[in-house]
Every structure is written in structure tokens, then in C-alpha cells.
Design a protein around this ligand. Structure first.
Ligand SMILES: Nc1nc2c(ncn2[C@@H]2O[C@H](COP(=O)(O)OP(=O)(O)OP(=O)(O)O)[C@@H](O)[C@H]2O)c(=O)[nH]1
Ligand SMILES: [Mg+2]
Length: 292
């Protein structure tokens, strides 16, 4: 069980988290915001912009190995047009992380130039990581620290209690990420977080969630999904999503006594396979909002 499944966000907890992040923000020059490349809207914290204000930021579109490559490119383009630097990363394998130091330099350019003009030779940039639960914050820290053979050092006096990773001779990272809440007051956001496994299943009816996922897959028609369950276009047209769930359960031989289809088991299987990207590399949210 991961840490995120035990996190309960309640107003007092949110206030405390906000304060901690605000305190840590004072120690850093920039923020690395980790989001899930499959749900770039739903995996962002609604209050982050207000929290970090004008601090330079790099968006890390994590889990890009499970997202649609074209969609990820569209998102990076979309951010770029708004003047936001975003990079696609896969913190499980480490792919894309080599672009991180350059991305930080890009967002820090003005400040670094100002400091250099004042005579500072090699100004240090300190970065902190923020993101919602389960988005890959720890994986990112583990990966980037291994790649840069980082030392973990305690710096009493400068930042009591905080540890820093040295990424390069001018880049350091705070090793404690800021865990933020998602926008859970929006129903669609809640569903998308549940599709990807960012929120626990117990809070949602698993069959209902599978039906909502099938509503989405029916429109998108991903080739891997169709092939995996040997579905034809006509199957999608002639069945509602619950009918489709029954069909999928039947194809997998998920029956209960009396020959009835075990739709609960089928729902769990479908969600598991979606979360493991076995139904294809699927991005649920697009910059133009088409899929919402
Ligand atoms: N496929 C894939 N899985 C990833 C990636 N990054 C993280 N994961 C997986 O996502 C899960 C959560 O990753 P963590 O690094 O623990 O996420 P976290 O943000 O630290 O989570 P909390 O500490 O619970 O808030 C783990 O099972 C990771 O293996 C990625 O880029 N690709
Ligand atoms: Mg973690």
C-alpha cells in the first residue's frame, strides 16, 4: 500500500500542508511540478498557482510511457504557448530526466543572468518538487539522485531539517516533496483520478467506474483495447457501456454460478489493465478539452 492511500485531506490538513509548502518555497528558487501525462488537468493541484506565485516552474509530465505520445507533444506545445516549460518524463525507467537540468536553466535564465551581472560566478539554483499523491514524486527523486550520483547532505544552519540533493555544480533539490491535494470537488476530475488509480477504489463503485471508463473508451476506440478484447466497431455501437462490460467479462470467462457474468470481476480487471497501460498508451485529457 502506498503512502497516498492513507492520506486523508481535511481542511486542517490542507492548511498545514499549505504552510509547510510555503515555508519550503522560501528555501528554493524554482518548483518542479510533477503531473500525470495521462490526465494533465486532473493531476494538477488547484491552488498551486496561488501558492508558488511568480516562482519559476518546470512541469514534469510523468508516466509518459503510459500516455499517448502525440497527446504529450500537444500538451508540451500548449504549455509552451503559455510560456510554461514542460518536459515528458518516465521516472520508472528514467527516460527524459536528462532534459531536467536544461529545463531548469531555461526557467531560471533571467535570474541567473542578473546574478552573473552582479558578479556571481556560478549561481546555485535550488528546486523543490510538488505533486499530488501517487504521481511519481519519490520515483523522480530516486531516479534523478542516482543519475547524478547525488549526495544526500544535511545542512544545519542553512536549512535545518531539510536535506538536499546535489544534481550538478549549480543545481540542488530539496529531498522532501510537497504532497498536494487534487481538485477532488469536480466529478469528472474524480473519475479521471480513479481511472489512473490516483484515488483509492473503495471510495467509488468499481462497476460504475468501469462503465464510465468504457464510455470514454467507446468514443476513443484505442486499437490495443479493441484487439485485447477482440471487439469490433459494431460491438461498440450496438452495446451500451454496461453491455460492453458484460461482453468483456464473458470473453474472459468470468462467470458466477448459474452462468451469470461476474461484472464486478470484469470491472476490476478492466481498470487494472487500463492502469497498467495494457489497453494502450492512452491520454484521457487533451489540451483542447475534446475528450472531456
Ligand atoms: N509506468 C510508470 N510508472 C511510474 C512512473 N513514475 C512512477 N510510477 C509508479 O507510480 C507509483 C507511484 O510512484 P511514487 O514515486 O511512489 O509516487 P509519489 O508521488 O511519491 O507517491 P506518494 O508518496 O504516495 O504521494 C509507483 O508504483 C511507481 O512505480 C512512470 O514514469 N511510469
Ligand atoms: Mg512518495
Amino acid at each position: 500500500m502506498s503512502e497516498m492511500q492513507t492520506i486523508q485531506w481535511f481542511p486542517g490538513h490542507m492548511t498545514k500542508t499549505k504552510r509547510q509548502i510555503q515555508a519550503n518555497l522560501k528555501l528554493v528558487d524554482a518548483v518542479a511540478e510533477i503531473i500525470d501525462a495521462r490526465i494533465p488537468v486532473s493531476s494538477r493541484n488547484p491552488d498551486l498557482d496561488k501558492l508558488i506565485q511568480s516562482k519559476p516552474r518546470v512541469i514534469l509530465m510523468n508516466k509518459c510511457d503510459m500516455a499517448n505520445q502525440t497527446a504529450t507533444k500537444m500538451w508540451i506545445d500548449y504549455y509552451s504557448k503559455q510560456g510554461i516549460t514542460a518536459i515528458a518524463v518516465d521516472c520508472k525507467s528514467g527516460r527524459g530526466l536528462n532534459k531536467f537540468p536544461q529545463a531548469v536553466s531555461t526557467v531560471m535564465k533571467e535570474k541567473i543572468e542578473r546574478l552573473k551581472a552582479k558578479g556571481m560566478k556560478n549561481p546555485m539554483t535550488r528546486v523543490m518538487i510538488v505533486g499530488i499523491p501517487n504521481v511519481g514524486k519519490s520515483s523522480f527523486i530516486n531516479r534523478i539522485s542516482k543519475q547524478s550520483r547525488a549526495k544526500v547532505e544535511d545542512r544545519p544552519g542553512v536549512t535545518r531539517g531539510n536535506q538536499w540533493f546535489t544534481i550538478s555544480n549549480n543545481l540542488e533539490m530539496l529531498d522532501t516533496p510537497g504532497v498536494l491535494w487534487p481538485k477532488f470537488d469536480d466529478q469528472i476530475v474524480g473519475e479521471h483520478l480513479a481511472f489512473t488509480g490516483a484515488v483509492k477504489d473503495q471510495v467509488l463503485d468499481v462497476e460504475l467506474l468501469a462503465v464510465r471508463l468504457l464510455d470514454f473508451l467507446k468514443k476513443l476506440k484505442p486499437a490495443d483495447f479493441m484487439a485485447r478484447f477482440k471487439l469490433e466497431e459494431a460491438d461498440l455501437e450496438n452495446n451500451d457501456s454496461y453491455g460492453l462490460l458484460q461482453m468483456i467479462g464473458k470473453k474472459r470467462g468470468m462467470l458466477i454460478s448459474g452462468g451469470e457474468i461476474d461484472t464486478e470481476r470484469a470491472a476490476i480487471m478492466l481498470l487494472d489493465e487500463f492502469r497498467a497501460a495494457k489497453l494502450g498508451r492512452i491520454t484521457v485529457e487533451m489540451p483542447n478539452g475534446e475528450l472531456r
